[in-house]
Design a protein around this ligand. Structure first.
Ligand code: PHB
Length: 398
């Protein structure tokens, strides 16, 4: 069987938000790309992920012509509530650091990106199989795949980008002898639900309670997203709706009488917690971006923001690489991307340890209250939190 050949500047393996954003940014620079994904568009659209965009990524999506919907359907949040000892403590981002975040779910970011690529006649192929990358150590890398109609293709790009998510195959193309993987595992996970109910609060609530951690988030006026701390091996199907509501209510209960608006639960999943970074992010003509190179636990919602930051930096580096015809320019990407990666790794780890309970460890919970008091009760603590949560907008070095 002969293969159909496609010549392009960049082959993008993985067409989630990182891959599609990169494809869009390259197009804007007059560079061509082909983006592939083994998942169908529908599969990606129905995978629920976090819902918070930092200032910078939200602005980039709007300014680059990907999403006006953020401004109409998204909700700008100027603060967040940290709840402990049964009391709410609001951190005002605007007052502390003059920034905000946007509640706009990752699935919508993906839909906007996929629509924008289609509008601009971008080459994106979902539902492909047998993706294989060859010759990344030569100056003629190749990517082979079979499309949904069973036709075999070979892409001949100048650069291959691996943006194939947390279960990346691309990251293993970097030889084992060069590859370094940094991990942290956590003794807890999140039980996540979508429910049909009105909003319980106008902003996010992160709660540390004797019953464990809970996060109250929103989606629309009639659909809400909430999470509570659970065992990593918890079986989501074994929980009744009543048991879920009673757990969530006890995590947010307090002297102020706050309680959640309940409704039918339409989705439930257990989200695993893991912090992970792989270095290097470049080998030969292969570059990694997004979850393929690093994953963070969902506390603080940094995952999508990091992926969008990676490709913002990478698009510039690729443009300069081609302009100078010097592939060593690709080495400028990793240090620029990693500064933010490790800051976000630290923030998600730090916020996770501050908010989750270890059953039976009273010293730990009292110490957490000390920390939460410092963060919410001092201007410096609030500024530290607000600055990190909104994405260090004022710091040009990250
Ligand atoms: C969400 O809305 O799904 C969400 C928000 C904030 C997080 C994690 C998830 O830290």
């Amino acid at each position: 069987m002969t293969r159909q050949i496609i010549d392009t500047d960049v082959a993008i393996v993985g067409a989630g938000p990182a891959g599609l954003m990169l494809s869009h940014l390259l197009d804007r620079r007059g560079l061509t790309s082909v983006a592939l994904d083994i998942r169908t568009r529908q599969q990606i659209e129905t995978t629920h992920r976090a819902g918070i965009l930092e200032d910078g990524p939200a602005r980039m999506l709007v300014e680059q012509g990907v999403s006006d919907r953020i401004l109409t359907d998204g909700h700008e949040h100027a603060g967040v509530e940290l709840r402990f000892n049964g009391e709410g403590h609001r951190i005002d981002f605007s007052e502390s650091v003059g920034a905000s975040v946007w509640l706009y779910p990752q699935t919508d970011v993906f839909i906007d990106l996929a629509d924008a690529r289609r509008r601009d006649a971008g080459d994106v192929r979902f539902g492909v199989t047998d993706v294989e990358v060859f010759d990344i150590e030569t100056d003629r890398p190749r990517v082979q795949f079979t499309d949904g109609d069973g036709i075999d293709w070979e892409i001949r790009p100048r650069i291959v980008v691996g943006s194939d998510g947390s279960r990346s195959a691309s990251r293993f193309l970097i030889p084992e002898a060069r590859r370094k993987q940094f991990f942290h595992e956590y003794p807890y996970a999140w039980f996540g639900i979508l429910c049909e109910a009105p909003m319980s609060a106008p902003e996010l609530i992160y709660a540390n309670s004797p019953h464990g951690f809970a996060l109250i988030s929103q989606r629309t006026d009639s659909v809400q997203r909430m999470y509570f701390q659970c065992d990593p091996n918890e079986d989501a199907a074994s929980w009744s709706d009543d048991r879920i509501w009673s757990q969530l209510q006890s995590c947010v209960a307090g002297a102020d009488g706050f309680s959640l608006q309940e409704g039918p639960i339409i989705e439930r999943t257990v989200l695993k917690f893991r912090s992970f970074v792989q270095e290097p992010m470049r080998h030969g003509r292969l570059v990694l971006a997004g979850d393929a190179a690093h994953t963070v636990p969902p506390t603080g919602a940094k995952g999508l923001n990091l992926a969008l930051n990676d490709v913002r930096v990478l698009a510039d580096v690729i443009e300069r690489t081609f302009a100078k015809n010097d592939y060593d320019v690709l080495d400028e990407y990793e240090p620029m991307a990693l500064r933010r990666v490790w800051r976000s790794q630290n923030f998600s780890y730090w916020m996770s340890q501050m908010m989750h309970r270890t059953p039976g460890d009273e010293f730990a919970s009292k110490r957490q209250h000390g920390e939460l008091n410092t963060i919410t009760g001092t201007a410096q603590g609030r500024a530290y939190f607000a600055n990190a949560y909104t994405g260090w907008a004022a710091d040009p070095t990250v």
